[in-house]
Design a protein around this ligand. Sequence first.
Ligand code: B16
Ligand code: MG
Length: 216
Amino acid sequence: ILGGVLFDLDGVITDTAELHYQAWKELADELNIPFDREYNEKLKGVDRMASLKLILQNGNREFSAEEMDKLATQKNERYKELLMTLTPDALLPGVRKLLKALRRDGILVALASASRNAPTVLDRLGVTDLFDYVADAGAVALQKPDAEIFLNAAEGLGVHPLRCIGIEDAEAGVIAIHRAGMPAIGIGTEETLPDADHHVTTPADLTPALLREWME
Ligand code: B16
Ligand code: MG
């Protein structure tokens, strides 16, 4: 029986990847480090400091831990500015409808995002009220593909992990969902998400009935 649906944020509810890209790009340009949209793909679902390390790999300078903290903060301040441009129009198609349908059916909904800015993003999108729980990315020690954030989200809902299903657009997230013992729905294709149990092109293709069926 389906009790809870756990959503990833970036790439599932909205495309914050483009805003992350803009903020990282400005920082990389300032440091004269090559960075493009293709490389940005590698940062999806990866937390802030790990993303910074991946970017700095392409430069030929070493940075102290203190400098790296500063750079990560600089990027985040810029990212937060960019978040202020988000409106409910930035919700991916079908998301609001799906969230409402789940609520109507008594299925609980949580967010399992690696982003510490997730609560702000939900507010900007106007969907905070449609979530029963938002897992705290800052309180999670082990990043995706570890199961921690999904287990934390299920616990926050008070629903047993085996009664939850997860939705992700990144392979590391799909693996995390499986490690949490849940079926994984991939927003993408068999090619981009080879391990997902089911694939859809957009959240608009999902309904509570379909998720219930895939829970079995
Ligand atoms: P922040 P998700 C992830 O979100 C993004 O995909 C990733 O690019 C970002 O670095 C990470 O959140 C941390 O974000 O700097 O805001 O804490 O896909 O897990 O929802
Ligand atoms: Mg994602």
